[in-house]
Design a protein around this ligand. Structure first.
Ligand SMILES: [Zn+2]
Length: 423
């Protein structure tokens, strides 16, 4: 785009304190106007995401203004249609960052989206190519500019910040040589292992925000069900005297897979339990399944299918970076045998308790390469509570009674595991 220095233009940019990003893709001068498919606003305590979904890739420019606090996004080759106008009505009063959104047609081809802010923010804007049910997306993430210490020392915001800056991708476990064993082992999590220190459990409700997870015939969304189950499990674990429990998310927010894993590592988790309720092409498939990490490939075609769809969550939820090096083989090589063994013991203990609650999809623990299970030093399992694609199980998953049964089975499984684990 040619730079113009006319006096009017100068006046316009006066007061702009920062220009955040210029879309890099060049669109031909005869580009057709983009059609807006949907607009969404996802508020959360950690960050708020605005998504503008269109039939073509958008070219945009965004500027942050200080007085009043406002983020202006100029989108080219677009008309202010009814769908885009709706964005103003999507703002919730409880949104921590957004006061209001207004849209105006700036000229025949440009629309300005003005986001009036409640506090200073750091924006992160990027576009995403079509995936699954989504078409092209322009994503505007609003992070607080000051990282305040959040309640319960939740490291999520700091991790999201590191993730946004690309630091998590390169963050690998420190290696020290264990001379007694004569091989490299990932850094010990706890510097002073104490017999009485509580067991740290991290519960990970799958999906969230822009990523709904599986959707049932009656429109039940996996992200809602698994959050409910995780909260119930959290409440039960909270009552246990020697367990400290955290959640990777406790709201309808999209958290990238490796931020989930990294959060567990930051909290020095002793175990990590990802909770899901997935779908399969064949709607007759039902039952609960428990997965542990496989470094060699999936134990069945269903396991492989699920791992593949789960690992796509980042593309569906939308992350601004690709090439997830955290998950590459060098890291997997470091996976301690004990972590894997304990993951299997944990999974089998939970599965054993699930028997009394639901039909089992597979009689023993399944293995697959889920991205979310790949913390090299934390025994991790993925609990497939049921298949949301199956009509009976969709119905069951919506009931408090079944959710409590599943949560209780997970908690009892954890307790069984703590007696059996390898130290
Ligand atoms: Zn899932």
């Amino acid at each position: 785009m040619p730079k113009t220095h006319s006096p009017t233009k100068r006046l316009l940019i006066k007061g702009i304190i920062a220009t955040c990003l210029l879309s890099v893709t060049r669109v031909g001068f005869a580009a057709a106007l983009a059609k807006v498919v949907a607009v969404r606003v996802w508020p959360s305590s950690t960050y708020t995401r605005i998504t503008i979904e269109t039939n073509t890739h958008l070219k945009y420019k965004c500027s942050l203004l200080n007085n009043p606090k406002r983020l202006a996004i100029d989108i080219n080759d677009i008309n202010l249609d009814a769908t885009l106008k709706k964005i103003s009505s999507k703002v919730l009063s409880r949104d921590p960052y957004i006061k209001s959104i207004n849209v105006v047609q700036l000229n025949s081809k440009t629309v300005r989206v003005m986001v009036d802010l409640k506090q200073d923010i750091k924006p992160n804007t990027f576009t995403l190519p079509p995936i699954e049910k989504y078409k092209n997306r322009l994503v505007i993430d609003l992070y607080p500019s000051i990282v305040a210490s959040t309640e319960d020392d939740d490291p999520l915001l700091t991790l999201l910040e590191e993730y946004k800056n690309g630091e998590i991708i390169n963050k690998q476990p420190e290696i020290k040589v264990d001379k007694n064993k004569g091989k490299d082992t990932p850094r010990q999590k706890k510097n002073t292992p104490n017999k009485n220190s509580p067991i740290v459990v991290v519960l990970d409700p799958g999906h969230g925000g822009e990523d709904p997870g599986a959707i049932g015939l009656k429109n039940t969304r996996e992200k809602d069900i698994v959050l409910q189950i995780a909260r119930r499990t959290y409440d039960l674990l909270k009552k246990e005297p020697n367990i400290k429990v955290y959640m990777t998310r406790n709201e309808d927010v999209f958290i990238p897979l490796n931020v989930r894993v990294q959060k567990a590592r930051t909290l020095q988790a002793d175990l990590f339990i990802s909770i899901h309720a997935d779908a399969f092409i064949d709607r007759s498939v039902k039952g609960s399944t428990v997965f542990a990490l496989s470094t060699k490939g999936a134990s069945s075609s269903a396991a492989s299918y699920l791992a593949q769809t789960q690992n796509e969550a980042d593309q569906i939820g939308g992350v601004s970076r690709s090439g997830d090096k955290y998950l590459d083989n060098t890291i997997l090589d470091l996976v301690q045998k004990t972590t894997l063994t304990n993951g299997v013991i944990l999974g089998s203990s939970i599965l054993n308790r699930m028997k009394g609650v639901n039909k089992l999809h597979k009689p023993s623990i399944e293995k697959a390469g889920f991205a979310v299970l790949k913390a090299p030093d934390i025994p991790s399992v993925l609990v497939e509570t049921g298949f949301i694609s199956n009509a009976d199980e969709e119905k069951k998953l919506n009931t408090a009674a079944f959710q409590i049964q599943i949560s209780t089975a997970i908690v009892n499984g954890i307790k069984d595991y703590l007696k059996k684990r390898k130290k």
